[in-house]
Design a protein around this ligand. Sequence first.
Ligand code: NAD
Length: 462
Amino acid sequence: MAMMPALERDLNNMSEYYESGKTKDASWRESQLKGLRSFIMEKQDHIMNALMQDLGKHQLEAFRDEIGTLIKTLNLALKSLKDWMSGKKAKLPQIALLTSAEIVPEPLGLVLIISSWNFPFGLSLEPLIGAVAAGNVAVLKPSELSPACSSLLASGIATYLDNNAIKVVQGGPEETQQLLQQRWDKIFFTGSARVGRIVMSAAVKHLTPVTLELGGKCPAVVDSLSSSWDIGTTVKRIIVGKFGTCAGQACISIDYVLVEKGYCSKLVELMKVWIKKMYGDNPQRSKTIARIVNKHHFSRLKSLLDDKMVKQSVVYGGSMDEENLFIEPTILVNPPLEAAIMSEEIFGPLLPIITVEKIEESIKFINCRPKPLAIYAFTKNQTLQRRMISETSSGSVTFNDAILQYAADSLPFGGVGESGFGMYHGKFSFDTFSHQKAVVRRSFLTDFWYRYPPWTLNKLQL
Ligand code: NAD
């Protein structure tokens, strides 16, 4: 798709296509969802190769986080489409005699989806599934930082989907800015809070509703667990929730760990053992851990360790190979809280562990910072669990595991405060791209004289 003025012409054509009503048909929506499923299933190897090329992502991670998750979502959407599309009866007060009401979802129209590079297929196609299921026409703008994946998305969508209604625009900030100047009926954005602000300012012009899927620092609170099984499982889940999810380059990766002072060394020792078991003595040689996306992000991560005090807090790892964009799984204990590593989202395989006197203090620690996209808490203590839910605010809270919430279609996925707003996944994606229209049907059979003027006091007394 070419840019302005060709862009404007293409968008006009898409709007006309939408106005024709074609995309509202259940059969059209179904055919597009099936097309997407064929793309993913038939091009599985290409998808894996592109993810390896752009991010060094292992095939297993590619399947777990993108291919498998997308097929599951598509199957759910296809199975549920008719139900999602149908109007839902709404209750009315008894006084509304012989009146019925329902809530009817209707598509929004022309929507823009801007996505990020770390899960290039998932973060582009999960929202697209919602947009298409809801009957919209859509433009997808994937990230320029994962070029092999973006170009595969562009060719796949051109081949498998109806191009009158669904198009891909490739490019970076400049192309995105051009897109943002257009009139949209909805903008769905995944990325940083910095660009989220640019998106929101652009949306103001046409009062366009936006969903912002942003990031932040997701903490993992580790309580002192008494059984060796529980702590062993915790350690394995933390390692996968950090290093085993695109090398920590995920919005819901564990950013840092909070643990009681007296329990820290046990946790660190076990983490060292399990990192070795999972990634071997030379993790760089193992194909299991993803690479940093590019030199810019590599330098950004390197500079997080530049501070002398931060460097001194490294207790494991720390080696880096710029040419191969590799950073070893690295653990730090108590880096200064005012250092960038503790004030900015890390988005890489560096894991600070911060000690507190009592684990309950972690609630205050979390509340002193922007609301995270996810909080993880490894604890069997029911009181602590209840307090985590009621006394902190975040997009999600997961106990005794990490990342799991992303895969659950029945849960809304989204942030709060600085981690964004709006939600998607499963039926929530359909709702995000729909307007819920209130429909009321009144009968002519009953009527009441007192509801019509002239207003008199005896009418008020009735
Ligand atoms: P980013 O904000 O730099 O880029 C996101 C998109 O915006 C890309 O498509 C990019 O081309 C475009 N863009 C970049 N600069 C722009 C500009 N100046 N004007 C207009 N458009 C611009 O973010 P990123 O590097 O792709 O992703 C990292 C961030 O995204 C992290 O903060 C991470 O936590 C967050 N993220 C959130 C989720 C989520 O689901 N909540 C998922 C992945 C990433």
